[in-house]
Ligand binder design. Structure first.
Ligand code: HEM
Ligand SMILES: *[C@@H]1O[C@H](CO)[C@@H](O)[C@H](O)[C@H]1NC(C)=O
Length: 475
């Protein structure tokens, strides 16, 4: 402020400087008044959180562009409790009842999605479809995700996994499992295109750019200016990925239908004359699915191998059997949430009650999975990788210490009508791959480059190499 007063006093004789004065003083006053309003008068003033975050969206946006947003939100929850005002209009919850209050079947209609970046202008994928198109798209895609459809894919999965296992054996001395899981999961969902590995490398650029744009959009008219600070290669990644996906859809549409082929696309393409999805929607859904079905699954698989390697007593063959396998999947997604952030929703105009807190209309609410799953409020021994906590309580290995865990807060796929459409597919796929790998190989971490606490996350994890030495087990 001293600088402003100085300018004001010394420059007032010059017409030019009086222009500067207006340019500097008016916005400063506006920001000052807004800051006072946001701290003392805003409807969210009573919610705990740092003052700076109540004043401005900048700290949250900066954390986002650094890939640290969810980690910072965890630190805030650790300090301020179960509800925190993490930006002027944005509340983060880590309460178990949050899920049903916001995302459940009764609530979902009242709480629309907020701030989802639309990577393509003229057609939307399911995730960003508006209320008018959403039900039609969800119904069209659901067919490919039914239990029957997933069961019908088992032989395709097996064929890919067989090949994958062979490649692992050939490269067993030193192999970056993170990379190989990414290739495998991409091949599994991209059956219609079959692997183009330079393409896979673009995925991380796509979600970094989308994450950046989502943050930039918070600044309204300034957003296009902020976009100048994105890595141009990341932006190009959006374009290239979407063009590749569109080309793959085109190729697939030209192919003869093979009745033995029962991947997700065959269900949509068999009905192409009924137009369940427009061509643009097919293209952009293909692009979205190639990301949504690849990154979080490869995250979970990589995380599992990482944690199991560090906990050798778990790499017994028992891990590959039920119910341990399920417990390992859940514990991996708890300690290494593939989607550490949270889909934002906006409270209805009249306000609503969320986990016992009155939330005024227009407030944006989110649950950040990373804090919700890794703070002691919800899980005992939160930093311990302890698959046994997921075993049935009458199981001999079920630990006493974790009986108080709030297991319902663990919803890595979200809940309600807009929850992950691929949940069943993901569990089936992860189970199959993990069981095969753990049953067949002993693995040894070659370095600690994967250290999960140092990683960044943009929508999904940005995984460093997971270098492992594999040896075939003698059963
Ligand atoms: C471990 C694996 C996975 C995790 C943790 C995960 C997590 C999620 C979450 C939290 C959402 C809700 C997003 C929001 O509300 O903003 C979501 C949505 C979605 N997921 Fe997944 N997902 C996984 C695997 C998959 C797979 C394998 C597929 C496809 C084969 C898939 C396709 C989708 C789609 C299309 C949506 C949008 C649903 C909608 O808006 O109706 N996901 N996922
Ligand atoms: C894993 O977590 C899900 C919650 O998404 C839960 O329904 C399931 O019972 C859990 N599995 C085990 C083995 O505890």
């Amino acid at each position: 402020m001293a600088v402003l007063t100085f300018l004001w006093e010394h420059c007032s004789n010059y017409r030019f400087f009086s222009f500067i004065k207006v340019v500097i003083v008016v916005p400063s006053l506006y920001l000052l008044i807004r800051a006072v309003y946001r701290i003392f008068l805003h409807p969210l003033r009573a919610f705990p959180g740092p003052k700076l975050r109540a004043i401005s969206h900048i700290p949250h946006a900066i954390a986002g562009t650094k890939g640290r947003a969810a980690f910072d939100v965890r630190d805030l929850h650790a300090r301020y409790g179960e509800v925190v005002r993490i930006a002027p209009d944005l509340l983060s919850f880590m309460t178990p009842s949050f899920w049903q209050d916001i995302h459940g079947h009764a609530a979902a209609k009242k709480f629309p999605k907020y701030g989802y970046f639309k990577a393509r202008g003229d057609a939307q994928p399911l995730l960003t479809a508006d209320e008018k198109d959403y039900p039609r798209q969800r119904a069209a895609l659901m067919q490919g995700f039914s239990e029957r459809a997933i069961a019908g894919q088992e032989s395709t999965l097996k064929r890919h996994i067989d090949l994958f296992m062979k490649r692992l054996e050939e490269n067993s001395e030193r192999i970056d499992m993170s990379q190989w899981f990414q290739w495998l999961t991409f091949d599994l969902i991209g059956e219609f295109a079959l692997s183009n590995h330079p393409w896979v490398a673009i995925l991380v650029r796509w979600f970094r750019a989308v994450s950046f744009a989502t943050n930039a959009n918070e600044f309204g008219m300034l957003a296009p200016v902020l976009m100048l600070f994105t890595d141009i290669k990341d932006l190009m990644g959006i374009k290239i990925h979407q063009e590749n996906a569109a080309a793959a859809v085109k190729k697939r549409l030209e192919m003869e239908d093979d009745p033995n082929r029962n991947d997700i696309w065959s269900y949509i393409l068999r009905r192409k004359h009924e137009n369940p999805l427009s061509l643009g929607e097919m293209e952009i859904n293909a692009a979205a699915l190639l990301i949504a079905a690849t990154s979080p699954v490869a995250d979970t698989l990589s995380g599992a191998i990482y944690f199991l390697s560090r906990n050798p007593k778990l790499t017994l063959s028992s891990t590959s059997k039920m119910p341990y396998l399920h417990a390992v999947m859940n514990e991996t997604m708890r300690c290494y949430t593939p989607t550490p952030g949270g889909g934002r929703r906006q409270a209805p105009p009249g306000g609503a009650t969320v986990s016992g807190h009155y939330v005024p209309g227009g407030t944006v609410v989110a649950v950040y999975q990373l804090p919700a799953f890794t703070l002691p409020n919800n899980f005992a021994l939160p930093d311990c990788y302890l698959p046994e906590r997921w075993l049935p309580i009458d199981h001999p290995d079920s630990p006493k210490a974790t009986l108080t865990d709030e297991q319902e807060v663990f919803q890595p796929f979200s809940v309600g009508p807009k929850a992950c459409i691929g949940k069943g597919y993901a569990y089936a796929e992860i189970k199959l791959i993990l069981a095969r790998v753990v049953w067949h190989f002993d693995f040894e971490l070659l370095d600690n480059g994967f250290a999960v606490e140092k990683q960044r996350a943009f929508l999904f994890r940005e995984r460093p190499p997971l270098n492992v030495k594999l040896s075939v087990r003698q059963h």
